[in-house]
Design a protein. Sequence first.
Length: 313
Amino acid sequence: MKKYFLSIIIAFLFLMQSGCTFLKVNVIDEVQPFTEKVVSGEGRDKVLLLDLSGVIMSGDGEPVLGGRKKPGLIARMREALDRARRDRRVKAVVLRINSPGGGVTASDTLYHELRKFKEETGVKIVAHITDVGASGAYYVALAADAITAQPTSVTGSIGVIMYSVDVTGLMQKVGVRTVEIASAEKKGIGSPFRTLSVDERKIFQDFIDSLYGRFTGLIAEERKMSPEAVRKMADGRIFTSAEAKAGGLIDGVGYLEDAIELAKKQANLPQARVVTYFRPGEYKANIYSLSLIDLDLGDLADPGAKFLYLWWP
């Protein structure tokens, strides 16, 4: 047996040295482009079913088992929207949401991409919340022409939060201290190696208030609500679907097939095929087939200070 394996190795090395290329082996598959799959319906026109799942963060996902990095949520959404732009049969999009939100900038970027897509193509968008569509995920949903939710969905949590780790107590216990040399007093603001001063806390609070104002202003604009009505709903609490509808945050309560029918109605489609995009190896048999939820927390796991539109109980 040893001689057999040794012979194979010697033959392989000989072929490599001789310059012969006879085989290409991919230990890790390359990321393939999206392929379209019809999951229900019939007709020439299409309703595209897109998934927004997991924590919304910028950047690519971390590699699995030492493989290549997988495209991040924003990159995947842009890729799907670009494909839909090229397909004039796509008349409506149902954005299926199951996310607690995430980074402020990442959430705003997704909102921007959907809004831009809608304006450029005239395609109607219906956002449908399944389990959770809170904070930054709700922010993204504001780009849609209508927002619906399952009877058992969790939504709301409108607001901004900042997490910052303070390890000064632990460092004192183990006898370690940091030396900070900076160009100005506030250069190290938010460092986990020193406690926030009163004025530094105010700087962060002012920044958070500004981001909060952007969020609530967007709700007032997109949902046609008064600032007073928005503030009543924007104290950070979560809502049931019925509460969210009564407060003006969503348009209806129902199931995924209801959201698809609403999208067809908004696009004036008597009938349409419901399609979704997938990569080779993914299971897409019907409207309830989900893309893999992205559990990569990305920058969220970084101990540094960050601003989030996130519900994280």
